[in-house]
Design a protein around this ligand. Sequence first.
Ligand code: GLN
Length: 390
Amino acid sequence: MPQLSERVQTFTDSVIRRMTRICNQYDAINLSQGFPDCPPPKALTDRLAEVAQDGPHQYAITFGAKNFRDAAARKNTPRLGHPVDPEREILITCGSTEAMMSAMMTVCNPGDKVAVFSPFYENYGADAILSGAQPVFIPLVPPDYHFDIQKVEEAFEQGAKALILCNPSNPCGKVFTQEELTALADVVKRYDAFVITDEVYEHMVYPPQEHICMASLPGMWEHTITCNSLSKTYSITGWRLGWLIAPEHVVECAKKVHDFLTVGAPAPLQEAAAVGLDFPESYYDELLRDYTAKRDFFCTGLDRAGIRHNVPQGTYFVMVDIQPYLDKPQFAGWTDMQFCEWMIREIGVAAVPGSSFFREPVNHLIRLHFAREQAVLEEAVRRLSRLSEL
Ligand code: GLN
């Protein structure tokens, strides 16, 4: 048998996406892979219908269609506190997934280290391996997901070139405070390193928490690569649109990675989605109101069912503590994966086993999401309440 690369032997397929496939086999309610089930804003789908007739249907400029880049730069300028130059400081990518991968390949040589908070969104582990980097994990300690700045310092002492930061954080729903971000920024600046941020849940931050872009902190523009996507903000996860924003010399290199990796994000979808980037702030206020209502409904439902969980400060994910069930004789010795498979079959709800997010040996947490319509959430809560009968 011809040999395959060692690189791809060192990680598994995505557990998140595997859970969706298992869920579909049993026709369960999918609260595993986090994507919204509400339609995109009508302005985007109306524009898409026009684009279907009028085009463009061929490649956009490799680093993003001009009107899309201009609109993304306008949207981000106030958030990042920096006048983003649409010609030099932004790269349009196939989702934040490609933006993060391109950022890692731009920053890392094979053998370099990157600091990654654990739990982490599983892509970052694979991104590190594919870019040849070695992750150094820094625990975010449940239940409140705090971290020890000394551990961050140690990661950089060991030579980490970048910190991977997901803020708000998937899967644990943590929103980093100004104080925490400032402490991280101080270390990163001292070691002349980078922060690579994934901010795809920036519009799902529940008051009193606020989302602060790392790049907006004093002196951090030069040290930050900001990745984001339209997936969650406009309910278009399948359109695969996102961006990477950074200083010119960084974007210059990231453009080369992107050019040879994907050539470009889909041109017709850039054209249709560009209208969303100019929506007024009221659009984002309404999005937040909707998700706040979903979060409150879902968390209250879990409370009524006696299910132990965290209350996320941001994102649409909830971590549920399954230890009380694992302590029952019928589940003795089970892994969280076995429990999730059982839950799909017997309870009819799909979750993601927490172990796929943690570097540490954590087996008692599973991740559920609430980006579903009210009737689906009601049915999911009804089904989950059967856990109390165990
Ligand atoms: N970010 C989402 C999640 O964590 C979707 C992941 C994906 O499949 N791209 O569930």
